[in-house]
Structures are given as structure tokens and as C-alpha cells.
Design a protein around this ligand. Structure first.
Ligand SMILES: NC(=O)c1ccc[n+]([C@@H]2O[C@H](COP(=O)([O-])OP(=O)(O)OC[C@H]3O[C@@H](n4cnc5c(N)ncnc54)[C@H](O)[C@@H]3O)[C@@H](O)[C@H]2O)c1
Length: 309
């Protein structure tokens, strides 16, 4: 393949992401995990599917970072996932340690790469990655909004019994309970959602979107969602490697946009070969802006509580 993508963490999200990237022949994939045999075994298992499915990308796995050198994109999924009763923020101290180590090791070998963070609490882990890598915001950002919006899109399609392909939606803010679904910007083949559903049904969809992660955690008991999260990461990696200039909601370091400074918040961006090529500023109503500010405050509080390096 023309491109190389490293996925750190060969657990549920990491391995499924690697599988999607290889099966679509988007790039060759290197999976790294502290559980080296787990990464090696999953890589081999996936490669043994290649003759049946007919894909030519390679997947290798292990504990060594040397094969990651020169990666075009690095996806970081290493860390603990939630169990029932845990919030994303409960993961902060252990995952901070892991992210510091992992980011330093990948960046040493791929100083020009684009880092996509997945580990929770997402917005805080993005900030750790930014500090450790020293990367500009174009090359370090997080996956959350694509997943949250995909959930909202699915819930809208299911409620209206229409094709998911026709449904678009945006979710802004931090990747937590304070995320901000934006039904005003949701459309079904161009028709604004508020023209298709009464306010109480829309609010129920907003609430289910906010609880989308915990709904899956409660089913799984062990571990959290990974099919939809890995699809969301795949969408971002494809937008970058194919230079699609797709407008997607991502956790990006804001420098004044939306009146917010120096913190990662989910907003629409243009994704292309250089990473985040533009931050898109939507016009918000006073209520939407207040909800975004509240969400940003929650991220700011979490970042302030991060253990000192
Ligand atoms: N941003 C999002 O929208 C989103 C969605 C789903 C999951 N997540 C987060 O992604 C992370 C991974 O979720 P998962 O379901 O794949 O978890 P998982 O437990 O299945 O996999 C995590 C993997 O990380 C590995 N790991 C731990 N420490 C490491 C280190 N120092 N170096 C390399 N690898 C290490 C573990 O061995 C494990 O294989 C979690 O923090 C989860 O909360 C985020």
C-alpha cells in the first residue's frame, strides 16, 4: 500500500479499526500493544482472512515500535475502557500515564505523522498528546463527534424509518455527558429535522445520543462500544489519506473559535491530507452557545485536574 497507519492498542477499538483499514485497502497497518502477543495474534488472524476476502494490505502486530516508523497516521486507542458505573472521566489518571508513554514513543519514530486520539477521557487525552508531541493542532486531534453524530443519525433514521444515508447530524462539545447535539443542523436529505419531528421526540433523540456510550456499556458489562467507534476512526483516516476535505466533527484545539481558547472541544473541521485544514464556525443560538460553553467548562475542569508531568 502507499500509506502506513499505526494503531496503538490492539483491543476492541484498535483491532477493529485495523481490520476496517486493511479490508478497505486504505493502508498497511502496524498494531502495537503492551500485550505484544495479543497484537501479533490478532494481526496474523486478520492476515489469514486476506486470501478469502481478497485484500492486499498488510497488518503486523507486536510490542515493538520500530515498525511504526514513518507512519502517515497514528491512531491511539491504548488504555482502559469504561465498565458499568464508570464515567469516561474516571479513566483519567491511568490513561494519562499510558498516553504520555505511547505518544512519546510514536512521535519519536514518526515526527511528521497525524495523531488521532481515541482513548478516553477523549478531550483531556488530546491535551496530553498535544503537550507530549508538541504538534500543531492540525496534526493532533480526537475522534468523538463522528461517533456521537453517527449515533444521532442512526436514532433519527430509526425514528423516521428512513435510510441512514439520507440523515446528517452534528454533535458539538466535549465527549461526555455535556455533549451538544444540534438538531437544528440535522437534516434528512436536506429537510431540517425540526420540520419532520415534534420537539419532544427530538429531545428524546438528543438524550439518547448523550447516553449512547453508556447504553452500549450497560449491554456489554465488560468493555465499551467498538464497532461504531472504529467505523468513525476509519472515516477520519480515509478523509485524511484520500485528501477528501470532508467536514467532520472532531475534538480540536480551539484558538479563539466559538470564543474558546486553549482547549480541545468537538467542532466541525475540514479534514484532508494535512489533517485539520480548517475549523468551521457555525452560527449558534444563545441556548446552543450556552450549552457549548458549559461543555467546554467541563473539559477545562478535567484538564485542570490532570496529573502534573
Ligand atoms: N473517543 C471515543 O469516542 C471512544 C469510543 C470508544 C472507546 N474509546 C476509548 O478507547 C480506549 C480503548 O477502548 P477499547 O474498547 O479498545 O479497550 P480495550 O481494553 O479493548 O483495549 C485497550 C488496549 O490498550 C492496551 N494498552 C494498555 N496500555 C498500553 C500501553 N501502555 N501501550 C500500548 N497498549 C496499551 C491494552 O493491552 C488493550 O489491548 C478506551 O479508553 C475507551 O474508553 C473512545
Amino acid at each position: 500500500m502507499q500509506h502506513k497507519v499505526t494503531v496503538v492498542g490492539a483491543g476492541n477499538v484498535g483491532a477493529t479499526t485495523a481490520q476496517r483499514i486493511a479490508e478497505h485497502e486504505l493502508a498497511d497497518v502496524v498494531m502495537v500493544d503492551v500485550a505484544a502477543d495479543l497484537a501479533a495474534g490478532k494481526a496474523l488472524d486478520m492476515m489469514e482472512a486476506a486470501p478469502v476476502l481478497g485484500f492486499n494490505a498488510t497488518i503486523e502486530g507486536g510490542g515493538d515500535y520500530a515498525p511504526t516508523a514513518g507512519s502517515d497516521v497514528v491512531v491511539v486507542t491504548a488504555g482502559l475502557a469504561r465498565k458499568p458505573g464508570m464515567s469516561r472521566d474516571d479513566l483519567v489518571s491511568k490513561n494519562t500515564e499510558i498516553i504520555r508513554e505511547v505518544v512519546a514513543r510514536v512521535v519519536e519514530r514518526s515526527p511528521e505523522t497525524i495523531l488521532i486520539m481515541v482513548t478516553n477521557p477523549l478531550d483531556a487525552m488530546c491535551e496530553i498528546a498535544r503537550r507530549v508531541s508538541g504538534f500543531p493542532r492540525q496534526r493532533v486531534f480526537g475522534m468523538a463527534g463522528v461517533l456521537d453524530a453517527a449515533r444521532m443519525r442512526y436514532f433519527i433514521a430509526a425514528e423516521l424509518k428512513v435510510s441512514v444515508e439520507d440523515v446528517d447530524a452534528f454533535v458539538l462539545g466535549g465527549h461526555g455527558d455535556t455533549m451538544v447535539p444540534l438538531p437544528r443542523y440535522a437534516t434528512v436529505n436536506g429537510i431540517p429535522l425540526p420540520q419532520l419531528l415534534p420537539a419532544d421526540r427530538i429531545e428524546a433523540i438528543n438524550q439518547r445520543t448523550r447516553n449512547g456510550g453508556i447504553e452500549i456499556v450497560n449491554y456489554y458489562k465488560q468493555g465499551s462500544a467498538y464497532y461504531a467507534p472504529s467505523a468513525a476512526v476509519y472515516d477520519m483516516v480515509a478523509a485524511i489519506l484520500h485528501d477528501k476535505k470532508k467536514i467532520l466533527p472532531c475534538a480540536v484545539y480551539l484558538e479563539g473559535e466559538y470564543g474558546l481558547h486553549g482547549l480541545f472541544v468537538g467542532v466541525p473541521v475540514k479534514l484532508g491530507r494535512r489533517g485539520v485544514e480548517q475549523v468551521i464556525e457555525l452560527e449558534l443560538t444563545p441556548e446552543e452557545k450556552a450549552a457549548l460553553d458549559q461543555s467546554a467548562e467541563a473539559v477545562r475542569g478535567l484538564v485542570a485536574s490532570l496529573p502534573a508531568s
